[in-house]
Design a protein around this ligand. Structure first.
Ligand SMILES: Nc1ncnc2c1ncn2[C@@H]1O[C@H](COP(=O)(O)OP(=O)(O)OP(=O)(O)O)[C@@H](O)[C@H]1O
Ligand SMILES: [Mg+2]
Length: 253
């Protein structure tokens, strides 16, 4: 049985709007995420999911207010640019703890946690899709964050890899009490693993417990839902998002 949510909000988004030039991508978004929640954010291509995450992380300008209470770890949307960067798994994962004297022990522990024991010296570019996503998760959690934000972490990963990855997230959420916000195209997995679902398409169309909302409700909200599901069965990532260094991320109190 999933543990109950704490009543303390750790992410507060108020009247958030984002424009790129004249085009409004996000409009008047309001929500709170409570400690220990596991939120799945779903919506069609171009809905503004990555934009929402990048606003929350302070990576792009926005109107409105975002309050983050705690330390954040981030797993960006997969891009070929990230994978080809000539860097070892150790150097990739240790970024947030590079100033710690015992960084190697810390990184080894987290690599073991994500099932990449002994992979430290491998080049990131030689990892499989699933291994790379686990290395990204290791980097996101190595600094012991309170909140982990992931942008389509399952893209390019096979079904087995996906299930394993979601199990890891479930453990982080259940055992360590880490609050998770995850953008996903895998609606089945979101309804199976997440406690809360948010449906985004420029505005926030719905936000509530997965046990109270069904995929049919979402179908009513998004007329194009069927097309959307089909379109994503062969989903390929087109966007290249850079990996920000979040070690200096401001903590709003
Ligand atoms: N830096 C940018 N400059 C201009 N337009 C942008 C920029 N970033 C995103 N957009 C546009 O904003 C809209 C939302 O993009 P976003 O990447 O947030 O969508 P998404 O929901 O994450 O889509 P996907 O499912 O494909 O990842 C799209 O129309 C996109 O082209
Ligand atoms: Mg995106």
């Amino acid at each position: 049985m999933a543990s109950s949510l704490n009543d303390e909000p750790v992410v507060i988004v108020k009247n958030l709007s984002v424009k790129f030039g004249e085009i409004e991508v996000l409009k008047d978004i309001n929500f709170k995420v409570y400690k220990k929640d596991f939120v799945g954010i779903i919506g069609p291509n171009g809905a503004g999911k990555s934009t929402l995450i990048r606003s929350i992380l302070g990576m792009i300008p926005y109107e409105g207010e975002v309050i983050l209470k705690g330390k954040v770890g981030y797993v960006p949307q997969l891009s070929s640019f990230n994978r080809e960067f000539p860097i070892s798994v150790y150097d990739f994962v240790r970024l947030p703890v590079r100033k710690e004297k015992n960084w190697k022990a810390i990184v080894d522990e987290v690599l073991t946690k994500v099932g990449l024991e002994g992979f430290g010296k491998r080049l990131v570019g030689t990892l499989s899709g699933g291994q790379y996503q686990r290395a990204s998760l290791a980097r996101a959690i190595v600094g012991k964050p309170d909140i982990v934000i992931l942008d389509e972490p399952e893209s390019g990963v096979d079904e087995m890899g996906k299930a394993r990855f979601y199990d890891l997230l479930y453990e982080l959420n259940e055992d360590l009490g880490i609050t998770i916000l995850m953008v996903s195209h895998d609606i089945g997995m979101v309804f199976e693993k997440c406690k809360t679902v948010m449906c985004l398409n420029k505005t926030l169309h719905c936000h509530g417990p997965t046990r109270e909302i069904s995929p049919e409700d979402i179908k009513k909200l998004f007329g194009e839902f069927d097309i959307w599901i089909r379109a994503h069965s062969h989903y390929e990532v087109e966007h290249a998002h850079e990996n920000p260094d979040l070690s200096n991320l401001k903590e709003n109190k």
